[in-house]
Design a protein around this ligand. Structure first.
Ligand code: GLC
Length: 470
């Protein structure tokens, strides 16, 4: 049987075939090279998928394609102030783009969600771009790209877009359903963890990349303030472990005013049955969503794993998340790492929350399916916490199947033993996730490109609402 290293090498070769060229330059990777299935938009370069490829390219010492992508995405960024609701808002970056030929010339055709299935908004694109720009700068030591005036303006436009005051008054970002990797209706509207963690990492990237002076000073101050508020908010209110579960179970409800303990008015009746037996004594995790009268108790992998190495989670929380993964290995990893979300929505919940979506039936695709690209954040999280044996274990499981199965997009089943019903093969971020995870296993110091200083200054504001740090 092939070793992890051999599978990674084969993956690296296959990854080359997904490279997308524009005017002779490599600018991205297509989502899948599947010749047998209807391409839909899988022949495009998706920002979030390319982020995983980009990390693989950076880790393998090939930054050029990442640089070209960053420039291309910046060119595609929507620049005009918009009052027209059918045009992408100022600062937005596309979900995906493709290269087309018009009158003999190559042109880029970007999709900001106006063509995507269900017209979902790609809110995560701008966050990935910022995270990548920082990873590129840190890895190559070339900050001159990020410091270029067009890049500085691009960063400010993104901050304008996501830091603007809206109707709600939480430090987290309010988004519609399907605004990130789970780009279908799955009850992930509101304040999903997956978006909050990317938002936080993007703010930290922006704060680092903006050159001090002039108008940037205000942006830096506002970003720092928001980083401290969101850090406090997520660590405090999204956190679930046994002590907190016990507290929620005995919560008083209908409290009014500043002294309320149960600020979100969560009813203990909303605690799902599976949680009591599932949560480890020494485990914990950030819940999937939090809003008025609502905790979504589901586990979401990407947000929890990213929170570890980006230092959104504090140290004890990071340890507890990995303890939870270890404890619940059979439900989260089993035969293929890693479940994007757990547990699956079934029966009436599936009908109501997904709109009876046949692609997202229980234990399939986003709804309890297993996504190998998550190996990258998984190994990164293990590395960060000195628990690399867990990372090795997951990689060994994946190495047994991925190459033989031609790198499927996802796996189905409670144990991840079935190639996803509609999975593309080969899927680029599956390959890139494995290749990048392997590179981190052998070069742990390179993880620095995704890590942030763990000391976040928690603001002590006094003109406070109840949800701010005191
Ligand atoms: C699917 C996934 C999405 C991914 C895209 C391209 O739509 O849900 O996360 O970006 O395919 O692979």
């Amino acid at each position: 049987m092939a070793t992890i290293a051999q599978v990674a090498e084969a993956g690296w070769d296959t990854l080359q075939k997904s490279i997308l060229y524009y005017q002779g330059q490599p600018v991205g990777t297509v989502a899948a090279c599947d010749a047998e299935t209807d391409a839909l938009n899988y022949d495009q370069c998706f920002t979030r998928d390319f982020a995983i490829s980009a990390i693989a390219f950076l880790l393998r010492g090939e930054p050029e394609i990442v640089r070209n992508f960053l420039i291309t995405a910046l060119r595609l960024q929507s620049r005009d102030k918009q009052m027209d609701c059918f045009k992408p808002g100022q600062g937005l970056m596309p979900a995906s783009f493709k290269v087309q030929t018009q009158a003999g010339n190559e042109v880029l055709d970007a999709d900001f969600g106006e063509q995507a299935i269900a017209r979902v908004a790609p809110i995560d694109s701008v966050f990935w771009w910022l995270i990548l720009l920082r990873a590129y700068s840190k890895t190559t030591g070339d900050f001159s790209l990020a410091h270029r005036e067009d890049f500085q303006r691009g960063i400010r436009l993104i901050l304008d877009l996501c830091l603007i005051a809206r109707f709600d008054m939480f430090p987290t970002l309010l988004v519609p359903d399907g605004s990130f990797m789970i780009d279908r209706r799955m009850g992930v509207y509101g304040y999903p963890l997956e978006i909050q963690v990317l938002f936080y990492a993007a703010l930290r990237s922006a704060e680092e990349l903006l050159c001090p002076g002039g108008e940037n000073d205000d942006y830096i101050t506002v970003a720092q303030k928001r980083i401290s508020h969101i850090t406090y908010h997520v660590r405090q209110y999204y956190w679930l472990d046994l002590p907190r579960l016990r507290k929620i179970y005995r919560y008083q409800a209908e409290e009014f005013g500043r002294t309320a303990v149960n600020q979100f008015n969560i009813y203990s009746e909303a605690i799902p049955d599976w949680i009591e037996g599932w949560i480890a004594d020494n485990g914990g995790y950030f819940v999937g969503n939090l809003g008025p009268g609502r905790i979504d108790f589901r586990w979401f992998a990407q947000g929890n794993l990213f929170s570890i190495f980006t230092a959104l989670a504090d140290e004890p929380q990071s340890t507890a998340i990995l303890n939870q993964l270890d404890h619940a290995w059979d439900s989260l990893v089993a035969s293929m790492p890693l479940k994007a979300c757990f547990p699956a929505l079934e029966g009436r919940d599936w009908e109501l929350m997904t709109g009876s979506d046949p692609k997202n039936t229980a234990w399939s695709y986003h709804n309890g399916g297993s996504w190998p690209f998550l190996l990258l954040p998984f190994v990164a999280a293990c590395q960060h916490c000195d628990r690399i044996e867990l990372g090795h274990q997951a990689m060994a499981i994946a190495a047994e199947r991925l190459q033989i199965d031609h790198w499927p997009e996802y796996y189905d089943g409670k144990h991840g033993r079935l190639i996803g019903k509609e999975a593309r093969t080969p899927q680029t971020w599956t390959i890139a996730g494995f290749v990048a995870a392997y590179e981190l296993l052998v070069n742990p110091e390179k993880l620095a490109m995704l890590q942030f200083d763990p000391t976040v200054i928690m603001a002590c504001d006094t003109e406070l609402g109840e949800l701010r740090p005191t």
